[in-house]
Write a protein that binds this ligand. Structure first.
Ligand SMILES: [Ca+2]
Ligand SMILES: [Ca+2]
Ligand SMILES: [Ca+2]
Length: 669
């Protein structure tokens, strides 16, 4: 008798998830160099682990427990699907707060390399194109092992090498041509910070994954699909939040499909205290100098930094990152970096705070472009995709150039071309930036004075594919007479195949206007105008555009209840053709911000025109002017009227079957 299909597939699933010999190794001593008889150390557990095993902890006594790193460091992890789970130690408590609240995990297992014992990551010392050289060490290293999960550990680093010759990393992933290290996850860990929440050990880079090449530089092999924090399939996302501080670079990963979600980077567990490593020239200078917050290299495709917007756990996927200071102040040139993009499409950066604490108002020292946005055929989604799912969770909050008095002398002295939101944006790259909150950032997307050539690209070149004629301008304009009822303006015309054009409406960031004006650059016509509060999106020349002229708009915005006197700005957004004619097919190309205008109290309203036309055997009734708050009524007679509401008469167009006698219509407020 054949086995029923359901049972057969169940057996298959179990076989895939758990090898028959999978076992749990329970660490019972903190001593790896000289474990007492009858105990198991973490070193022994790593040495004896097989594919699919779990390393758990059950140490006697009261924690936290400091597992002193053995001489020569821990062995490199080489078992596939291995999980090291510090949360198994009795007394450990996972974080249950959201990402915009303090991280209150109580970790019990500390991997303690303060004695200087670390794992050499030079897996192929004769090959100087291997991922790691002989001066690179990790507290925990993974080599040629896929889907390794490191969970619920505190990692403390050795003292910084005063010569800057040796680099000490937290958790490093490595591979060669005989294996892979894809699919790993680091979650629920505090890297560089003790379980007490404030004792810190500086660490060069916290999480690394470097590609392998043959010694002649050929056959590059990346490491893909690593998760730092919350995975897409996470069951308890808040337990997966990491806290990584202080480090010159929280994460550098070479490959595609990486996901960095639910982390504090250079922010203490309280979520409000930053550690700006550029200001610590004792521990962070020379080889240990700040490298920003995240670097993704050698591919970059399908990277998620923050929330993925899939409707699952999206509120628990953002990151909170401290600021980065300029290179002239021992810092780095931007907070987020993509390098060697190949080609770097479908990059999502959403739901993050950068330069501001968990309360959204406590500012961190920050003074560099948010993102380099490199790549000739790269496409970046910064913020929301406005697809109706989790859109309000997808906006980023980027607060920058603070404290301004401290930074302004540097800023004014700098080449104006360097004062760009994206400092490496390619003329053929694409950026959609929607639904974000920008505070005091450099000019978006690039400074208008930036010129073609070695120093960068002109803003006109950037929009050459999305717009019909960039010579007439690339910036939307708002009419100064716009009111809290009617928003009026114009947009540059989209190129064939691009569109329909939408405008995103924001309340402006007053700080950016003040400080951008202070800089006085002749190219900054609109200073650092940027949207601080996203208010809504309207389709130009769509059904709710009351201005019949192409590329000019009048939108009824009274439903947004904007206070009179509020200054607003807009961007124009041009969805790319979906026919494959544009390489890298971005979601949309977002324009610079328009001139800011205050919305006035309305002194007039548009007259309302009722329009009735015959469509086959029906009457189609529409009206121009105020769209909302009116209902259509009909009466068979004007001399003895009997006005009655027309069914579905509040939304136009209204379609009515034609009867025998006359029928008169009116709109009732
Ligand atoms: Ca999600
Ligand atoms: Ca969405
Ligand atoms: Ca129009």
């Amino acid at each position: 008798m054949p086995m029923p299909r359901r049972i057969a597939s169940l057996c298959l699933a179990v076989t895939l998830a758990l090898p028959l010999n999978a076992k749990t190794l329970v660490v019972t001593t903190t001593e790896s160099d000289s474990p007492p008889a009858g105990t198991l150390s973490l070193k022994q557990a790593i040495q004896t682990a097989s594919d699919g095993d779990t390393i758990a902890f059950n140490l006697p006594g009261t924690g936290p427990f400091y597992l002193v790193a053995p001489t020569g460091g821990y062995p490199r992890i080489t078992a596939n699907n291995l999980t090291i789970d510090g949360l198994t130690q009795p007394g450990a408590k996972v974080n249950t707060n959201g990402i915009h609240a303090p991280n209150q995990a109580q970790l019990m297992i500390v991997i303690d390399s303060r004695n200087g014992n670390v794992t050499p990551m030079a897996y192929d010392p004769t090959n100087n194109k291997a991922g790691y050289g002989d001066n690179e060490f990790a507290i925990l290293g993974v080599f040629n092992a896929t889907n390794v999960v490191v969970r619920g550990l505190s990692l403390l680093a050795p003292p910084v090498d005063p010569d800057g010759g040796n680099n000490y990393y937290g958790i490093s992933f490595a591979r060669d041509s005989h294996g892979d290290a894809a699919g790993g996850q680091v979650s629920g860990c505090w890297i560089g910070v003790d379980p007490d929440g404030h004792s810190l050990t500086p660490i060069t880079y916290a999480i690394t994954a470097f590609r392998h090449r043959d010694s002649d530089g050929s056959h590059p092999l990346n490491i893909d699909r690593l998760t730092v924090g919350v995975s897409k399939a996470s069951i308890h996302p808040r337990a997966d939040f990491n806290v990584i501080v202080p480090t010159a670079l929280p994460a550098i990963l070479e490959g595609s499909g990486h996901r960095i979600s639910g982390n504090f980077f250079n922010v203490l567990p309280d979520g409000l205290t930053e550690y700006n490593v550029a200001l610590d020239t004792t521990n962070f200078s020379n080889n240990n100098q700040s490298q920003g917050m995240i670097q993704i290299g050698r591919s970059g495709n399908n990277t998620v930094i923050g929330t993925d917007g899939d409707g699952v756990h999206d509120a628990d996927e953002g990151n909170v990152m401290a600021g980065t200071l300029p290179t002239s102040l021992n810092g780095y040139s931007h907070s987020l970096e993509f390098y060697g993009n190949n080609p770097g499409t479908n990059i999502v950066i959403a739901g993050n705070y950068i330069g501001v604490g968990i309360d959204g108002t406590t500012r961190f020292t920050n003074g560099v472009p948010v993102l380099n946005a490199s790549g000739a055929a790269s496409s970046y989604q910064i913020g929301s995709n406005l697809d109706g799912v989790s859109d309000s969770l997808e906006g980023n909050l980027f607060a920058n150039n603070w404290p301004f008095d401290f930074l302004s002398s540097l800023v004014t002295a700098a080449d104006p071309a360097g004062l760009s939101f994206f400092d490496d944006l390619s003329s053929t790259g694409f950026v959609s930036a929607r639904g974000n909150s920008f505070i005091n950032n450099f000019s978006f997307p690039i400074d208008p004075l930036k010129l073609d050539g070695a120093s960068g690209i002109a803003v006109e070149t950037l929009y050459a594919s999305a717009l019909e004629d960039v010579s007439v301008g690339v910036v939307p304009t708002l009419e100064p007479g716009s009111t809290v009822v009617f928003l009026k303006g114009t947009v540059p015309k989209a190129a064939d195949g691009w569109g329909p054009t939408s405008i995103d409406l924001y309340a402006v960031d007053p700080e950016g206007i003040t400080n951008g004006s202070f800089l006085g650059s002749s190219g900054l016509t609109n200073a650092w105008t940027q949207g601080k509060s996203y208010l809504g999106t309207f389709q130009v020349d769509g059904p709710n555009d009351l201005n019949p002229a192409d590329d000019s708009f009048t939108f009824l915005v009274s439903s947004l209840a904007i206070q009179p006197g509020t200054w607003v700005t807009v961007t124009a957004n041009y969805p790319a053709p979906t026919d494959g004619s544009v390489a890298g097919a971005p979601l949309a190309m977002t324009s610079p911000f328009s001139n800011p205008v205050p919305l006035l109290i309305p002194i007039d309203v548009l007259p309302i025109h009722l329009n009735i036309e015959r469509v086959d055997s029906q009457a189609k009734i529409t009206w121009l002017g105020l769209s909302f708050g009116y209902r259509l009524q009909s009466s068979p007679s004007l001399s003895h009227p009997n006005w009655e509401d027309v069914p579905n008469g509040t939304e136009q167009p209204v379609l009515l079957d034609l009867g025998a006698g006359p029928l008169f219509f009116r709109l009732k407020q």
